[in-house]
Design a protein around this ligand. Structure first.
Ligand SMILES: [Ca+2]
Ligand SMILES: [Ca+2]
Ligand SMILES: [Ca+2]
Length: 204
């Protein structure tokens, strides 16, 4: 999947997407931690990222040696490196959030890494290969990759992410959501819903 041109331009410009620290952004990044911490031990290690790649590959029957299998592992791995974490690191929720805020501010690489991961995930989720992600495909993907299993919550999210209300997610809607999720402090930003409504709830 190619990034839409306006987003590619925006990602290249260092001042185009200011990452403003806020309680909302921290809640979103904390929720991202929870999504990645597949073994729920309260620490993120490289193993969690490898396990997420394997889980996703199993769900979509992608062989590890195939192009998609290799891309999936590479992109989860790049996400770990781009967050500024060393190979043997183990970080808790707070440390991960702090580190990721620094990485998102200082290096576009962190946002590129998440976007690149979103590309391969959207391609895998698009089971019928029509270039669009349906509600069922979106819900199946988030359950497989990130253990998000509340269908009513994910239906609400899908509705928010589908900006043009045509019943499917196009690639630019997904990328716009990724950018907003990882950079916006606006409580009205639709991208806040990328991984379910949890970050928008006061208890999150
Ligand atoms: Ca863990
Ligand atoms: Ca599709
Ligand atoms: Ca749409």
């Amino acid at each position: 999947m190619q990034l839409p041109l306006p987003l590619r331009r925006a990602l290249r410009r260092p001042d185009a997407l200011p990452v403003q620290d806020s309680r909302l952004l921290r809640r979103k990044l904390g929720h991202w931690f929870d999504c990645l911490d597949g073994d729920r031990d309260g620490r993120l290690t490289r193993h969690d990222f490898e396990a997420a790649a394997e889980r996703t590959a199993d769900r979509f029957r992608v062989h590890g040696d195939s192009r998609d299998g290799r891309l999936l592992h590479q992109r989860f791995s790049a996400l770990w490196s781009a967050a500024g974490l060393g190979a043997g690191a183990a970080v808790d929720r707070e440390a991960f959030t702090e580190q990721l805020i620094v990485s998102l501010r200082d290096r576009r690489r962190a946002l590129h890494a998440v976007n690149a991961l979103a590309c391969i995930l959207a391609d895998l989720a698009d089971l019928d290969g029509d270039g669009e992600v349906t509600e069922d495909e979106y819900i199946g993907l988030l359950a497989a990759a990130f253990h998000l299993r509340s269908t009513p919550d994910l239906r609400l999210s899908f509705e928010r992410l589908d900006r043009n209300h045509n019943g499917v997610l196009e690639h630019d809607e997904i990328h716009q959501a990724v950018v907003e999720y990882f950079s916006s402090s606006d409580p009205e930003a639709r991208g806040n819903w990328l991984l379910g409504p949890a970050p928008l709830r006061p208890s999150a």
